[in-house]
Design a protein around this ligand. Structure first.
Ligand code: MN
Length: 292
């Protein structure tokens, strides 16, 4: 019998801010971590656009051309549609259940907008953007783009129990996720029907958090309300969830990267010198070109 991971904190959605004019996000980390940039390592940042309604607009809302280096951006769509273009020549549109996993690595320019038709019609919108840090030896890896559709996620159905586990990375009960990662990472979407429950283990040393996307549920003895983010202590392995109503959760768990973090704006590096170099390289045009 494994030991349960205690809940360290349950964070209510912090005051939202706008990223460009298309993403109204609650930043759970690193914003709420009081300077501890490594608390959820290898995950560096979590921006959550809680469910909202966008009015129709002809000109799509979003965020224009900007650079990234040293990490990966992972965008999850729950409602609405988002388009992406980058200077490595990759582009794609994601809708409900899809993910775009962009490895910025040595550097890309990209832009992120509401998809044209979605923008024209408006409607419900809910998304997550996660920044996954890269270890020093992979920070300058070539840029890469993984488009992962809703169908491509691993699916572990536990029929009698009313639980579905969708697997993006790692392995849940022999079901593998399709996304490749540079360090060991488990990302699951847990979908529990009213009255169902589930119990599973993750390594004690993995930093682990859970975002309640829809509904609410009892997680390791604590009620986690909608739009709240729970952080687990690194004091056990087991997670046990009971749902009194239909609930959907995003679970993030990964082996910490034990390296210094120096982050500034759109760059996540190990040292100040590497940040300065990133700006120099950006100014030299080494991140490529992308039309606005
Ligand atoms: Mn970006």
């Amino acid at each position: 019998m494994s030991i349960q991971k205690s809940i360290e904190r349950i964070i209510a959605p912090p005051a939202p801010h706008m990223v460009g004019d298309g993403f109204r996000v609650h930043n759970f980390f690193p914003g709420e971590m009081e300077g501890n940039l490594a608390r959820l390592s290898p995950f560096f940042l979590l921006d959550y656009n809680a469910l909202m309604e966008w009015p129709p607009r002809e000109q799509p809302r979003g965020v224009g051309v900007h650079p990234h280096r040293g990490f990966e951006t992972v965008t999850f769509a729950y409602h609405g549609r988002i388009a992406h273009h980058d200077s490595a020549g990759n582009s794609g549109v994601i809708g409900e259940g899809d993910v775009q996993w962009m490895t910025a690595g040595s550097g890309v320019l990209h832009k992120e907008y509401h998809e044209k038709e979605f923008s024209r019609k408006g409607g419900p919108y809910q998304m997550v953007q996660l920044w996954v840090n890269l270890p020093a030896k992979h920070k300058m890896t070539a840029p890469k783009y993984q488009a992962i559709t809703a169908k491509e996620w691993g699916l572990c159905e536990i029929p009698e129990s009313g639980v579905n586990v969708r697997v993006l990375t790692g392995t849940f009960k022999d079901v593998k996720g399709p996304a490749s990662t540079f360090t060991p990472i488990e990302i699951y979407e847990l979908i529990l029907r009213k009255g169902s429950s589930i119990s599973f283990d993750l390594p004690q040393q993995y930093n682990t958090g859970l975002l309640m996307i829809r509904g609410e549920a009892m997680v390791n003895g604590h009620e986690i309300p909608t739009d709240h983010f729970a952080i687990f202590k690194n004091d056990g392995e087991n997670i046990a969830i009971e749902a009194d109503e239909d609930a959907t959760m995003l679970l993030l768990s990964g082996e910490p990267i034990h390296e210094p973090i120096f982050s500034y704006g759109p760059f996540v590096m190990n040292t100040r010198e590497e940040i300065i170099k990133a700006y120099e390289d950006l100014n030299k045009g080494l991140f490529g070109y992308l039309e606005d």
